[in-house]
Design a protein around this ligand. Structure first.
Ligand code: FAD
Length: 389
């Protein structure tokens, strides 16, 4: 029977980044099992927005560390994340602005390059925007977006080069435990012995964890994305926008298209992660086109190139579940990223590798423990949209 020092279930950005960090540290035999192909789950469907605007300190620290890694990704992994430093603009109403100002003050204390822009300053950045309902914005010049699939396959390739093994088309079927300790993992390719297992299986995490008797409160929520094509005379969208005034986001895709969707306040469509409609609904396209036209009235005739749907793995407080699971020695979890986990992936790989090796991570992620749900210590950000943290 094959043996490993650490087994990781799930080859999304979280699992691949952690495999890379563990392999870099010569932590023995690292084995990642992925039921399909690396990066092919919700990670591949990510919009890939990388911003530092959070209201909760550990999230800001993780985002800052990750951005630093995205900016030198080629040196780190020898591959690409396709990172584009487009800048990030968070639009707020007059009523929302005080909370944004407070967040910006906190972020600046933590070293983030961010500032508050007045409507006049926003107009200088992009004169095409209608700003009647905007009280101001937070602006981060160093943020942007990257590609989920490229990032993850680059981490996986670098992990392999550093000695990790990756078994694709291999499903984890059961976490094997004995007297409250992990002893291995049963997979469709046979059993593996290991004293340490990390489950990073996105929306499928509750199922995998239930095989060890552990309940993880994660729901799969269907999320749609629209590809809009503004009229030719619009030019290019230069900056990433999260528009709290309307609950809307847009980011550049190519020279002539943008990816757009909504910032939800709660899970709109709870589905089975294995059985949901992967296309985009006509009604959603109409809704997003209306939000786009409100912000960019001169480009209201935008065409629709297409769209798709994937799933967020949402927890009750829209924050991930991270770290060791108290009830089972050797069992770790990293899931429930609730639609904002891509940007955290690089830094989390470092933190999770440290935890698994029994070290203190540089960023304290202990408040994200699974036990917070039983003890009622939920994490509450300042914004009504949980995804903004
Ligand atoms: C439409 C959309 C837009 C998004 N936009 C952003 C954004 O702009 N910025 C941002 O930061 N985040 C964004 N996110 C969220 C981000 O993409 C996710 O938080 C992140 O990719 C999650 O990665 P993961 O590795 O934790 O999980 P996943 O990508 O879900 O990967 C889990 C993997 O586990 C595998 N697996 C499941 N069960 C098993 C099993 N039994 N055995 C073996 N393998 C198994 C799956 O096949 C999958 O590959 C978005 C997500 C979506 C869907």
């Amino acid at each position: 029977m094959p043996a490993a020092d650490v087994v990781i279930v799930g080859g999304g950005v979280t699992g691949a980044s952690t495999a890379f960090q563990l392999a870099q540290r010569n932590a023995g035999k690292i084995l990642l099992v992925e039921r399909a192909t690396v990066g092919a789950g919700p990670t591949a469907k990510s919009i890939g927005i990388i911003r530092l605007h959070y209201s909760y300190e550990p999230l800001i620290r993780l985002a800052v560390r990750s951005l630093e890694m995205f900016t030198r990704f080629e040196d780190l992994t020898g591959g690409t994340a396709d990172f584009t430093r487009a800048g990030f603009l968070l639009l707020a109403t007059h009523a929302q602005l005080p909370a944004v100002q407070e967040n910006v003050a906190l972020q600046r204390r933590l070293g983030v390059r961010t500032s508050i822009l007045s409507p006049e300053e926003i107009a200088r950045l992009d004169p095409r925007m209608s700003l009647d309902d905007v009280g101001g914005a937070a602006f981060e010049p160093d943020s942007g977006y990257a590609d989920g699939y490229a990032t993850t396959t680059s981490f996986a390739a670098a992990a392999r080069r550093a000695g990790a093994e990756i078994w694709e088309a291999t499903r984890a079927e059961r976490i094997v435990t004995e007297n409250g300790r992990v002893t291995g993992l049963d997979t469709t390719r046979g059993p593996i012995t290991s004293a340490r297992v990390l489950v990073a299986a996105g929306p499928w995490t509750p199922h995998v964890m239930s095989t060890a008797g552990i309940n993880v409160p994660i729901q799969a929520s269907r999320q749609q994305v629209v590809q809009l094509e503004p009229p030719a005379d619009f030019g290019r969208l230069e900056v990433v926008i999260e528009d709290m005034t309307q609950g809307f986001y847009a980011r550049p895709e190519s020279r002539s298209s943008v990816l757009a969707g909504v910032l939800e306040e709660e899970a709109e469509q709870v589905v089975s992660a294995d059985d949901f409609s992967q296309g985009v609904d006509f009604e959603f396209v109409t809704r997003v086109s209306r939000l786009w036209a409100h912000r960019y009235p001169g480009a209201s005739e935008a065409g629709v190139r297409g769209g798709y749907a994937s799933v967020y793995d949402i927890t009750p407080d829209w924050q991930p579940v991270l770290g060791h699971v108290d009830a089972v020695e050797g069992l770790f979890v990293a899931a429930g990223f609730s639609g904002h986990g891509f940007k955290l992936g690089p830094a989390l790989g470092e933190c999770l590798a440290a935890l698994i090796l029994g070290e203190q991570p540089e960023i304290d992620i202990s408040s994200f423990a699974l036990s917070r749900f039983a003890s009622g210590r939920l994490i509450r950000g300042k914004h009504i949209q949980g995804i903004l943290g």
